[in-house]
Write a new protein. Structure first.
Length: 370
């Protein structure tokens, strides 16, 4: 096998393919990129058996063939080179030579036959969606996905599609995000489709405002954009009945400037307990006090912000890390917080929803020490 291509084309493809390389694996071949040379293109593949990425790049072909090359090594040398033409040649024993204007580099490849067949995908339904819109939905929900491997049903974002509307929901048990996108021009119906975080993170890194094609199978999902495809196994779990935990009678409301609140939380939380990250919001008619106290370090802090509060005076505690996450993901200058009591979930949203969308974020309080 022998072909040549531009350094930038190869590097760009390898950077994306690297996202499917497992951090730990008992199969060394999964650390490789599969390269197959066709008439005018090279097909590149990587997989961790849960997600598979394919990309095609233009090449000049001298001899067709296929090989597996250690991906990180190939990406490292490609990244260190200035713009140049790269020639890659392998022999029948998979010895690989990388030739550039700057030098020659040898390494051992592996037989292409050792590379896994990939994730079998049987298309049942296909939708076209704007990449920018899909990324926007992901950005608003992905941060609340659980990092706990013992909670697989919470380790992705759950999607529902019906009546031209997309509903995306994520939760880790402490916080929950529900995003409703209306007037999407998407037909069909899907429910309880839990898409893994790794797949959605890959989509988030895509650039360009093109349309992306999503192909749904019984247990898999494939996204296609231009000459790139990414296939993932869906999370085969039932998502929790999230509507039951969204309070309907939070009658205490506060309107507050987002940046004022976020800045106060960030500063005050520096003095909070390093284990609990506990901060309190003390709400009264015209102000919101953000406070914390850590007896272990003999530290405490308080900031007062102007706010429009309607309801009985209330003191409620939160994990500052979760609270910062929620507040930072609210769009717009002002936040509306709807509260019930000091022991029930609060709802965070923008004071003004954008046209054709609703975004609600829920955060559970924590018990204050005093």
């Amino acid at each position: 096998m022998k072909f040549s291509t531009s350094k930038s084309e190869l590097q760009k493809a390898l950077q994306k393919l690297a996202k499917a390389i497992p951090t730990r694996s008992t199969l060394p071949i999964l650390n490789s990129v599969f390269i197959k040379i066709e008439e005018t293109e090279a097909l590149l593949k990587s997989t961790d058996l849960e997600i598979a990425i394919e990309s095609k790049i233009p090449v000049s072909v001298e001899e067709q063939g296929a090989v597996c090359i250690p991906l990180k090594t190939l990406l490292s040398i490609t990244s260190e080179l200035p713009e140049t033409r790269i020639t890659i040649e392998t022999d029948e024993k998979n010895k690989t030579i990388i030739i550039t204007d700057f030098g020659k580099y040898d390494l051992m490849g592996n037989p292409a036959e050792e590379f896994p067949q990939g994730i079998q995908h049987d298309e049942k339904q296909k939708i076209n969606i704007s990449l920018d819109l899909f990324k926007e939905i992901i950005e608003k929900t992905l941060f609340a996905v659980s990092k706990d491997e013992l909670k697989p049903s919470l380790s992705g974002v759950c999607f529902f599609i019906k009546d031209n509307t997309i509903i995306a929901v994520s939760t880790d048990g402490h916080r929950l995000v529900k995003h409703v996108q209306k007037e999407t021009k998407i037909s069909g119906e899907l429910k309880n489709i839990i898409i893994p975080k790794k797949f959605l993170s890959f989509i988030l890194a895509q650039t360009g405002g093109d349309t992306i094609v999503l192909s749904f199978g019984n247990t898999t999902l494939r996204a296609t954009k231009g000459k790139e495809t990414i296939t993932t196994r869906l999370i085969d779990e039932i998502f929790p009945e999230y509507e039951a935990v969204i309070p309907k009678d939070n009658n205490n409301t506060v309107d507050i400037n987002k940046n004022d609140l976020l800045g106060a939380i960030r500063r005050v939380s520096i003095f909070s307990n390093r284990s609990t990250h506990q901060v309190a919001l003390n709400l009264s008619s015209e102000k919101c006090e953000v406070t914390t106290e850590d007896p272990e370090r003999s530290s405490k802090a308080k900031e007062t912000i102007s706010a429009k509060y309607q309801g009985e005076e209330l003191r409620i505690g939160y994990n500052a890390e979760y609270l910062k996450d929620i507040v930072s993901h609210v769009q717009g200058e002002n936040i509306k917080i709807r509260l019930g009591s000091s022991v029930t979930a609060a709802l965070f949203s923008s004071s003004k929803d954008r046209k054709n969308e609703e975004n609600t974020m829920l955060l559970m309080p924590i018990r204050l020490n005093n």
